[in-house]
Design a protein around this ligand. Structure first.
Ligand code: NDP
Ligand code: MG
Length: 384
């Protein structure tokens, strides 16, 4: 091993962020953390800074007093702190693992500073896909963007072994979430605690609710369109409750290439961090003889309208996907606060898309305007 890879982690106190730090702790000779960021968990961030000794740290929700023993690093506060550390951190890689569309500006800032983006934050691509992909043009052997989302990592890995052959289909697998077998009637009264019971993955709150509504898969359809330059009709969703096959790619000879593994995010995070090498990361090796039967079913677009809305938004072009994402962020927040019911999440998103109609998405200003407008309209629909 010659040089350590230096990495900045945005959203280091979250589910993805802490798993990335776990991988780094397993490979201290390979990685060096140069920047960390948290939003609200001040004490957890202090502990991480104590342990990993980054050069920069950011707290995005507020300004606080820094303990004497943590003054060795430069501190940034507030909304712009994310983009500050994405541009200023001395590093090769920036892992963007904050939740929500706030990730977009830091992705662009990291790219402006010629850093590779390891992207967990799917909302950035959903809202500003064209901007992100324009900023991430690079040769395949030295990519500017590596997906961390498990499905997209699987597709990325499958495509690496395709020797440049174009795919015909991308098949995103989906666990189906906790309501896969619930009736529409039952889903009407689903509580927050029901929605937070994900069958296979331990994740942050927002993505767990997105998995229950299948907005997570909706966002991933849009994410796949941008990452792999796929047409909407080339992207399929396949419900696979065991989450063992992480996704598949189909070619014109009829072959499907898949990537399989235990449902453990450390595997795709480590893949992105160590690219092109594969490193141990704590994910146990898959023993198919122990995993039981693998099953598959088509998604139910009536109980899960999110998937339909994703295709409609892609076909609508302009800022529709950005609007879908923003309305969903607000609706999920309202569901968590008990202001709306579970099925109202998709109804709110559909209503906002309908009310706003076409907006362009040619620049960052366009995206920020559409995002803001969608949030305002969504808040207007939601009872206070
Ligand atoms: P978490 O909620 O666990 O963590 C989110 C992180 O972002 C925390 O560090 C949080 O800080 C920070 N954060 C929250 N709000 C803001 C804000 N407004 N500005 C800046 N930082 C903020 O989320 P996950 O780790 O689960 O998910 C992160 C991203 O990765 C999401 O986009 C998700 O869709 C994606 N993803 C996650 C997967 C998973 O398994 N968890 C799988 C695939 C994708 P603090 O905690 O201090 O408030
Ligand atoms: Mg995923």
């Amino acid at each position: 091993m010659t040089m350590k890879r230096r990495i900045a982690i945005l959203g280091s106190t979250g589910s993805i962020g802490t798993q990335a730090l776990d991988i780094i702790s397993q490979h201290p000779d390979r990685f060096e953390v140069t920047a960390l960021s948290a939003h609200s968990q001040t004490e957890a961030l202090f502990e991480q800074v104590r342990r990993h000794r980054p050069k920069l740290a950011a707290l995005t929700s507020k300004e606080v007093q820094i303990p004497d023993d943590l003054r060795f690093c430069d501190w940034y506060f507030g909304e712009n702190a994310l983009t500050d550390i994405a541009s200023l951190a001395p590093c090769e890689d920036v892992l963007v693992s904050v939740v929500g569309m706030v990730g977009l500006r830091s992705v662009l800032a990291a790219r402006k500073a010629s850093k590779r983006v390891l992207l967990a934050n799917k909302e950035a691509l959903v809202a500003g896909g064209q901007l992100v992909m324009d900023a991430c043009k690079a040769p395949a052997e030295d990519p500017a963007l590596i997906p961390v989302d498990s499905e997209h990592s699987a597709i990325y890995q499958a495509l690496l072994s395709a020797n440049g052959n174009p795919f015909e289909r991308i098949i995103l697998t989906a666990s189906g979430g906790p309501f896969r077998t619930w009736t529409l009637e039952e889903m009407k009264t689903a509580r927050l605690s029901d929605a937070l019971k994900h069958p296979n993955w331990e994740m942050g709150q927002k993505i767990t609710i997105d998995s229950a509504t299948m907005f997570n898969k909706a966002l991933e359809i849009i994410e796949a369109k941008w990452l792999f330059d796929a047409k909407p009709q080339q992207i399929e969703v396949l419900v696979h409750p065991q989450s063992i096959i992480h996704s598949l790619v189909g070619f014109k000879d009829g072959a499907l290439l898949a990537q399989l593994g235990m449902p453990d995010m450390r595997s795709p995070i480590a893949f992105a961090m160590a690219f092109p090498e594969r490193i141990s990361n704590g994910t146990p090796s898959l023993r198919l003889e122990l995993s039981g039967n693998l099953s598959f079913e088509a998604p139910d677009l009536v109980r899960f309208p999110a998937i339909r809305l994703a295709y409609e938004s892609l076909n609508a072009t302009g800022a529709a996907c950005c609007i879908l994402n923003a309305a969903n962020e607000i609706a999920v927040e309202a569901f968590i606060q008990g202001k709306i019911g579970f099925l109202d999440i998709a109804l709110t998103v559909e209503q906002v898309l309908h009310d706003i109609g076409y907006l362009s998405a040619d620049s960052l200003d366009d995206i920020l305007y559409a995002d803001d407008r969608a949030r305002t309209i969504a808040r207007g629909i939601i009872p206070t």
